[in-house]
Design a protein around this ligand. Structure first.
Ligand code: SF4
Ligand code: SF4
Length: 489
């Protein structure tokens, strides 16, 4: 094969219609203006939005008494103090694995939720949905429902259009700024941070965070909207992997709806489907899809099409539930005249549930039996060891003692593993020449420790050595393993 033929063979195929009609692969995004609906799911969505937004803005102001000297904010990420506070929990940077564990449990809970009820998270609880819903409410209040908003978009620019658009964007900006400010309140004493933001006394980092979070909120909920769900969010891409034929999803009961045709006044529904092809389910959809085409990536499970269709069914004196929350298996069963079965307990849900319980239980156990002392040992590397004039070998270590209690504590240090090894300690708030280490409340004590071992006691170039820390009285014993370096044998 010559080079040209091989290049032609590798060339990607182009849609011939595009080539012959001179078309473009680019399609401009059309703003979706969903029609407002009333119904049970719409009410649930209002409640979910209200609760989440109130929680987001109020939670940083909740207080939790941790004793004198400790921050009393119930939920706080203290970057300067390098601590995370959640009610009675105080998480140190070394314990970030708790956060990893919680994120893992959250992810599996999301999988479980999806395998049971489809994309309820996306439709009711996701921040993108919540803020997009709120922003659409603003549009509705300023301009009107779908028809008026579409007419305004189509209309040429005028004073009225400019004013209405400016008002909408201004309110969006205020909401976005509140979202950004809400975020920063979790990183400092909320009342103080809020005061300082408005008096101009906050740091540039705080104003930067408000700009970034608020800017994202403004762009994503105001302009990107369903594009985020369709193209940016990875979850919509792999959600189908969590669903099976028994998952309850927003479904069009085609066996009942087809053949669809418009309703004629007074005409019977005998011998035809119940779908009157009014497209109310489509115009109510915030992602602009037609649920009658089946399960699609664009469906976020918000159930607004159910409310829209139920209203149509009521108007036509037909039973509700032509669009409903149902499983694929049940839809097939109903079509065949069989009794539907709801199977919430399935191998998939059992596995997801078991993982959540096991990992959640491990985290809870680990938190309940959490140690309040930790010791970290770093071996000095330059030099690895020093040979003293009497032939003995000395190694240097940096020992960090983490006192996770809000009280001063005294620990006795010992080394174990090499017979005859002695040590001296230097460091802490003041130089200490004893083995009793006093560590300030909720602090890290750092000490330089020099361990000396008689040369004859070392069998290898690396000898295991343990640092044992005993709290005075009946307190905890903590141990850290290390190595003692010496010359090659
Ligand atoms: S199809 Fe129905 S459930 Fe899915 S996004 Fe549209 S309105 Fe929401
Ligand atoms: S709202 Fe109901 S009746 Fe109207 S088009 Fe959709 S499925 Fe058919």
């Amino acid at each position: 094969m010559d080079t040209q033929t091989s290049a032609a063979a590798k060339k990607p195929k182009v849609d011939p219609t595009l080539a012959t009609e001179g078309g473009s692969f680019y399609a401009e995004t059309v703003m979706i203006h969903p029609r407002s609906v009333k119904g049970m799911f719409r009410t649930w969505k209002w409640w979910a939005m209200g609760v989440l937004l109130v929680w987001w803005h109020v939670a940083p102001f909740l207080r939790w008494d941790r004793g004198p000297g400790a921050p009393d904010q119930a939920i706080l990420v203290d970057m300067a103090g390098r601590r995370g506070y959640f009610l009675f929990l105080e998480i140190w940077p070394q314990e970030v694995y708790y956060l990893t564990g919680l994120l893992f449990v959250a992810a599996i809970t999301l999988f479980l939720m999806s395998s049971l009820f489809g994309r309820v998270w996306c439709g009711f609880l996701c921040w993108q949905t919540v803020y997009t819903d709120l922003f659409m409410l603003v549009e509705r209040l300023v301009v009107g429902d779908r028809a008026k908003r579409m007419a305004l978009d189509r209309a040429p620019w005028s004073i009225e259009k400019l004013t209405r658009k400016a008002i909408i964007n201004l309110i969006w900006l205020v909401i976005s700024a509140a979202c950004g400010i809400g975020f920063t309140l979790y990183f400092g004493n909320a009342p103080t941070v809020l005061h300082d933001i408005f008096t101009g006394d906050e740091s540039a980092a705080t104003y930067g965070a408000i700009a970034v979070v608020g800017g994202c909120c403004f762009m994503l909920a105001g302009y990107a909207r369903e594009q985020v769900c369709l193209y940016m969010c990875p979850y919509s891409r792999f959600q189908s992997a969590m669903l099976d034929e028994h998952s309850l999803i927003v479904t069009y009961e085609d066996w009942r709806g087809e053949p669809r045709q418009p309703a004629r006044k007074g005409a019977s529904f005998e011998g035809r489907g119940h779908c009157v092809d009014c497209r109310m389910c489509v115009v109510a959809c915030p992602t602009g899809i037609d649920i009658r085409d089946g399960l699609q990536m664009g469906c976020i499970g918000c159930a607004l099409c159910i409310d829209a269709c139920n209203a149509v069914m009521d108007k036509n004196n037909l039973p509700r539930g032509l669009v409903t929350w149902d499983s694929i298996a049940n839809t097939a069963a109903r079509a065949a005249g069989a009794k539907p079965r709801y199977r919430l307990v399935r191998p998939r849900t059992i596995i997801y549930g078991a993982i959540v319980l096991v990992v959640g239980g491990l985290i809870a156990y680990s938190l309940a039996s959490r140690r309040t002392t930790e010791v970290n040992v770093l071996h000095e590397r330059a030099p690895l060891f020093v040979q003293l004039s009497d032939g003995s070998i000395r190694n240097g270590y940096v020992v960090k003692v983490l006192n996770m209690v809000r009280a001063e504590r005294t620990f006795r240090l010992e080394v174990a593993g090499i017979d005859g090894a002695t040590f001296t300690v230097v460091g802490g708030a003041a130089n200490v020449a004893s083995t009793d280490l006093v560590v300030a409340p909720d602090a890290v004590g750092t000490y330089n420790v020099f361990v000396t071992a008689p040369a004859g006691r070392l069998q290898a170039a690396r000898t295991p050595l343990a640092f044992v820390l005993r709290e005075a009285g009946e307190g905890q014993t903590t141990r850290a393993e290390s190595l003692f370096a010496g010359p090659e044998r």
